[in-house]
Design a binder for this molecule. Structure first.
Ligand code: F6R
Length: 254
């Protein structure tokens, strides 16, 4: 595996570039598996979207092969669309059960999801923030938006931000439109863990694949941290590992 440590501000960043999305996803899955092997009761922060699908498939292969159990792991998802109950096909909760939870031995009592259909979003955000405070995340998995968002922390989000309701950017609405199953339109709002919650994780693993992510990856890795590119704040964390395919790494100065 090809490791490319880079210097961003005063830190060495861990960047692994692999030829294909499949290989980058397998490497990310291996990070998660080794974290859970080392600590079966690990607290995992999980993401949805197109990017982690191959990672979750690889985790399920390991489960099917009897190599790992997630029975003692605790999970927290990054975000959820407002207005959607977990039973809605387009909710991130439903995605997680389709892609991972429903096919492995995760215990429902240890799965933490944001309730998109909560009567009061502020009360729901506070409930989730309390749970996070009680269960510090050991390993946080992230994808990245074409605009550099992490979770649904859109450009302009503050690095100290905590769980909150946000309005999705036009770019995110457009990017997520093709992923809809039943809805005609992407919900305008979401509840997301804040950048501060993400940076509180002990370890962060971020996966970016495909040419559409190349500019956001370049800004995050090779420009000074700036609120205009939320993922650039990751370079202030002492234990973050980027996994890229060649396409997502295409604009990096090497
Ligand atoms: C998903 C999330 C988002 C995605 C990002 C990339 O829970 O928080 O930040 O990681 O929008 O999405 P994909 O992987 O679909 O390109």
């Amino acid at each position: 595996m090809d490791h490319h440590p880079r210097i961003a501000s005063d830190r060495v960043l861990n960047v692994t570039i692999l030829p294909t999305a499949q290989e980058a996803s397998a490497a990310v899955a291996e990070k998660i598996l080794s974290a859970v092997r080392a600590n079966p009761a690990a607290v995992l922060g999980l993401a949805t979207g197109q990017t982690p699908r191959r990672v979750y498939a690889a985790l399920l292969d390991a489960v099917a092969a009897g190599e790992i159990s997630f029975a003692d792991a605790t999970t927290f998802n990054l975000d959820e669309y407002c207005g959607l109950p977990a039973s809605h096909a387009d909710s991130f909760a439903a995605y997680m059960y389709r892609e991972l939870f429903g096919k492995a031995d995760f215990r429902p009592a240890r799965i933490n999801l944001i309730d998109g259909a909560a009567a009061d979003n502020e009360v729901e955000a506070a409930r989730y923030a309390r749970l996070l405070a009680e269960h510090p995340i050991d390993l946080q998995l992230l994808g990245i938006g074409t605009n550099g968002h992490i979770g649904f922390n859109e450009p302009g989000a503050l690095p100290a931000g905590r769980v909150q309701t946000v309005k999705l950017s036009e770019e995110t609405l457009l990017a997520n439109q093709p992923t809809l199953i039943e809805l005609k339109q992407v919900p305008a709002h979401a509840i997301t863990m804040g950048i501060g919650d993400i940076l509180a994780a002990r370890e962060i693993v971020i996966l970016a694949t495909g040419p559409a992510k190349a500019e956001a990856v370049r800004r995050s890795l090779q420009e000074t941290p700036d609120n205009a590119c939320p993922a650039s704040h990751l370079s202030t964390h002492s234990n973050v590992h980027w996994f890229l395919d060649e396409a997502a790494a295409g604009l990096l100065q090497r």
